[in-house]
Structure formats: C-alpha cells, structure tokens
Design a protein around this ligand. Structure first.
Ligand code: SAM
Length: 333
C-alpha cells in the first residue's frame, strides 16, 4: 500500500501558510481521514511502447518527463535507460508528485522530482543544470487520479467541490467561474474550450441557477446541464467540464509555453514527444511542430510509418481512457 500524503494534506498546509486558516478545521478532518484511509490510484501510461521506442535514442542520456503524474511513463523510462543516465520528472500537482516519488524511490540516484509548472521548465533546468536533454515527454491533461478522486472536482460522475485545480497555487477554481463570470464569458469559454454548440444555452442555465443559489458541487452543475440538453452518447456536461478544467489550469497557454521553453534545452538529435487528448491540444502541437520544421529546427519522427500515432485496439481494450490519445514526436536538427 502506498503511504504518500494525499491532496488534502498539502491543501491544508497551503491554507494555513496562506493565512486562510478558517478552512483549516474541515480540511484537518479530511487529512486525518485520508491518512487513516489512504487512497490508491491507478493510471495506465498511454502509448507506452510507442513513447519508449521514439523517445529513447541514447540509454545514457538525460531525460525530462514534464508531466510526471503517477510516474507510469517515468518508471518505464528509468527501466530502459542506463544506471548512469538521469530522469527529471515535473508536475505541478503536489499529490501526483508525492505518489510518483513514492513509486520511484528505489531509484533516487537516477531520478529527481520537481514541483513546477512545465511552462517554467527553463528556469528549473537552468537552476538544476539539467541539460542538454536527450528527450522530453509531455503526456498532457490530467491523470486517472484526478478523475477518480471526487475531492478534486474534475468528474461530474462523483459529487465533490467544483475545484479542478491541478496546483493549490492556482487562485482560480471552477466554482469561481460558474458563480462569478458574466454569462457571455462563460458561453465563450464553453464554445472555445469545450467546442460545445449548446454553449449559449448552457451559460444561460448556469446563470439562472446561480441567481437562485450559488453552485458548490460538481453534481449540481452536471444536473443543471443535463436538465436542459437531450441525452446523447456522452454525458451532456462532458464538454463544459473539459472547458472549465482547461480554463482553470490555463492548459493551452501552458502547452505552448512549455514546448517553446523546452526546445532550447534539447540537444541536437534529441526528441520531444507529446501525447494530446483533445483536438485543441493537438492543433497547438501540430502547428508549433510544423513551424519548427519550416524553420529547420526539427523534423517529424514517424512511428510505425505515421506522423501521428493512436493507441492500438489492444491498448484501448485494456485502457478505454486512452481513446482520444495522439502521439507526435519531433527530433531537433
Ligand atoms: C496524463 S497525466 C501524466 C501521467 C503519467 N505520464 C503517468 O504515466 O503516470 C498528466 C500530469 O501532468 C500534470 N500537469 C498538467 N499540466 C501541467 C503543467 N502545466 N505543469 C506541470 N504538470 C502538469 C498533471 O498534474 C498530471 O499529473
């Protein structure tokens, strides 16, 4: 059983150190509960064989996992590289970081974990003198841990606070967006980040409900949306929840910032692998990689004869959550 401290423990420390200790008693109860009943999460690393094949060009090199998560890709990378080579793992979520550190603690000489937003990875790599990199991996978005823990507020399937922050340093929560933002801004967010054609209708319903009573939980929001939209193949709130998550964590800005930041630290012949999970992310990666190719900075690496690789049928059977994943890899010239 893993013994890492869960999200609420770091959240409690965060509340106390920021002076907002009025939330501390409730949080303290959550901490005690979660320490007595530690949760275990599972996250299956996506497109693992394809990542290892395309990223590890030199088993003696320096590698960066910019999205450590629960350390699934990192563990496999550490097993594939030599004892002299090193891997740095970044995550901005303290809970993920602790979980990965605990998982990978038997390999301390080779592995180090750093809590940081990958957008700031230039400063981290500089400070740690961790370059030139042989390979960098970005496995975007959130992990199963985030969806499966109701307290994180990412899932409309479980009742929890409307939070959705990957980092406790983040001031914006999903509750603040739905309870405070003007209807037009909420509609724009759902349209642009959720690509939901019913964005205006959803925004109007959100504002009508909050005028009666402010939202506090994920299920309250999910119900308001499912009440006004017809049943489809996916839950009516899927796109709104995705849009809120993207906005709360500035995911698209981070993506561009992180990829631009990593390129100067990659050695000639080194590689950058990115796994995306929705079209907004994939469009950004495709466009940026193609601009690098045009500028003769990089070339596309084909995996099994393809520039974009998706999970095989066998992987999808094992892990349906991988269904929208796409892997793109470039090599620095
Ligand atoms: C899909 S999960 C990674 C899973 C991991 N590859 C594994 O196999 O366990 C993505 C992780 O990236 C982290 N993350 C997302 N955006 C980030 C950012 N801008 N900076 C640092 N970490 C980020 C999330 O907290 C999450 O833990």
């Amino acid at each position: 059983m893993s013994t890492w401290a869960p999200y609420w423990q770091s959240r409690l420390l965060w509340e106390i150190t920021r002076g907002s200790s009025h939330n501390a008693p409730d949080l303290a109860l959550s901490v005690i509960d979660s320490l007595m009943n530690p949760r275990q999460y599972e996250h299956q690393p996506v497109l693992l064989a394809e990542v290892l094949d395309s990223l590890i060009t030199d088993p003696g090199g320096l590698y960066l996992d910019a999205t450590l998560g629960l350390g699934g890709h990192s563990e496999a990378i550490l097993r594939a590289i030599s004892a002299q080579s090193k891997l740095m793992g970044l995550d901005m979520d303290p809970e993920a970081l602790l979980a990965a550190q605990s998982r990978l603690k038997s390999l301390p000489g080779q592995f180090r974990a750093v809590r940081a937003n990958f957008r700031t990875l230039g400063r981290v790599l500089d400070a740690e003198k961790f370059f030139p990199l042989t390979g960098a991996l970005f496995d975007l978005g959130v992990s199963s841990m985030h969806f499966d823990n109701p307290e994180r507020g990412f899932s409309f399937m479980h009742e929890g606070p409307l939070d959705m922050r990957l980092s406790p340093d983040n001031k914006l929560t999903a509750a603040q967006i739905v309870n405070v933002w003007p209807a037009e801004q909420i509609a724009l967010l759902i349209k642009e980040y959720g690509e939901d054609p019913s964005a205006n209708k959803i925004a109007r319903a959100i504002v009508a409900r909050r005028d009666q009573k402010l939202f506090t939980t994920t299920t309250e929001l999910a119900e308001v949306i499912s009440d006004i939209l017809p049943r489809g193949k996916t839950h009516a709130a899927t796109r709104t929840f995705m849009a809120l998550r993207i906005a709360v964590n500035a995911e698209l800005e981070n993506l561009t910032g992180g990829l631009e930041a990593v390129l100067p630290f990659i050695q000639q012949g080194g590689r950058i692998a990115v796994i995306t999970f929705h079209s907004l992310e994939d469009r950004i990666v495709k466009k940026l990689f193609s601009s690098w190719e045009t500028a003769n900075l990089c070339r596309t690496i084909e995996i099994r004869g393809k520039a974009v690789v998706k999970p095989s049928g066998a992987e999808l059977e094992r892990n349906p959550r991988a269904r929208s994943a796409k892997l793109r890899v470039v090599e620095k010239l």
